[in-house]
Design a protein around this ligand. Structure first.
Ligand SMILES: [Zn+2]
Length: 368
């Protein structure tokens, strides 16, 4: 009699559990099918949803493995490898330990993983729909592009965080700005810059370039096809050589990134000789979906006219105004094509150059 009661209680508890916590998993809108053979998701004592390893991770498009010696499941997708040891409150992403508030487990001979931490580590976005008791997984979350105009006073330094987690840095402020720039990037957790654009070789654009090269991994550097006879130029070139970084001498018409949704291209300069060093500035355009941005360095009216005549699509939403708002940039013929909704001027308060120039501000105000 006693035994019967215990059985009854166990069944009762089990039934309650499965009714109370029946969990669905949906990946990009498709419900994952579970059977008693594959195992069924459940909510653990830490209120985390645990899912059967193989069926869930394969539905996500990942490759799964199992190491019997270490009792560790592995899940791999797009060059990310997540190791999930059983009964341990951490996971390992590409060799790095990440703490977790629950642990993978083996139940009924099947391996279960906490879905959120594993799939977020693989770059997915994981949500919860309480009305349908569904864990909603989006493989590639829609990510924003973030553009930071770092405050370096009378100078330029622009950081672009791309949706694919790559970084573009356009210019590196004055020599005195190295602490500001390095600190700013460190605070964002950035240790790697994929594209480093040095628009031209004036001190207010490459001043802290060598410090940036020392502090971060940089993949590629883009500069105009010119040189300068200055210490800051020599120092920068030495640093590039020391770090053994590929240097690309760019010009108008070159494409740096060209994917379905994201483009980064060079629109200027379009000549090999200018009498004014500013005109050599690399002008770049970034397009993400329907939104576009133009970064003009210190390009002035000669280069601007060449871009207008060069049949580029100059119409953008945001313009980084050329040469800190100086009078000889942002010519009317150029602005007529660009018609920016937003204009950003990177300038030092009370600078000695009278930047931004009143006439430039008037032209910008008139256009938008
Ligand atoms: Zn400048």
């Amino acid at each position: 009699m006693k035994r019967k009661i215990i059985c009854f209680l166990l069944i009762f508890i089990f039934t309650l559990t499965s009714i109370g916590y029946a969990v669905n998993i949906s990946i990009d809108g498709n419900k994952v099918g579970f059977t008693s053979q594959s195992g069924v998701p459940f909510v653990d004592s830490n209120s985390r949803t645990q899912v059967p390893l193989r069926v869930t991770m394969e539905s996500f498009g990942a490759t799964v493995g199992w190491n019997n010696n270490t009792r560790t499941a592995t899940v791999e997708k797009d060059n990310i490898k997540v190791e999930v040891p059983i009964d341990q409150s951490y996971i390992i992403k590409n060799g790095q330990k990440i703490k977790n508030d629950t642990a993978a487990t083996i139940k009924g001979g099947k391996t279960y993983l906490p879905i959120r931490v594993v799939l977020e580590s693989l770059g997915a976005s994981v949500g919860w729909d309480g009305t349908t008791q569904t864990v909603t997984v989006t493989k590639e979350p829609i990510e924003e592009i973030k553009i930071h105009f770092i405050d370096v006073g009378q100078a330029d330094c622009i950081l672009i965080e791309l949706p694919n987690n790559e970084e573009i840095l356009i210019d590196a402020g004055n020599k005195d700005d190295s602490y500001t720039i390095i600190n700013y990037l460190n605070n964002l957790g950035i240790d790697h810059i994929e594209y480093f654009v040095l628009t031209h070789f004036h001190e207010d654009h490459i001043g802290s370039a060598s410090a940036v090269l020392n502090a971060f991994y940089v993949d590629k550097i883009y500069t105009p096809q010119t040189i300068a006879d200055t210490d800051i130029y020599e120092n920068t070139m030495d640093a590039i050589e020391d770090e053994n970084i590929e240097i690309i001498r760019a010009e108008g018409g070159m494409s740096i990134i060209d994917t379905v949704n994201l483009a980064f291209e060079v629109l200027g300069p379009n000549s090999i000789y200018y009498s004014e060093a500013n005109e050599y500035s690399l002008v770049t355009k970034l397009t993400y979906g329907d939104t576009s941005f133009l970064f003009t360095g210190d390009a002035e009216s000669v280069s601007e006219l060449e871009m207008v005549r060069g049949n580029y699509d100059l119409d953008v939403d945001l313009l980084k105004v050329g040469h800190h708002g100086g009078e000889t940039s942002s010519s009317q013929i150029f602005l007529n094509e660009v018609t920016p909704e937003y204009a950003i001027i990177s300038v030092g308060a009370f600078n000695n150059y009278g930047h931004p120039h009143e006439k430039t501000l008037n032209r910008l105000n008139a256009i938008g």
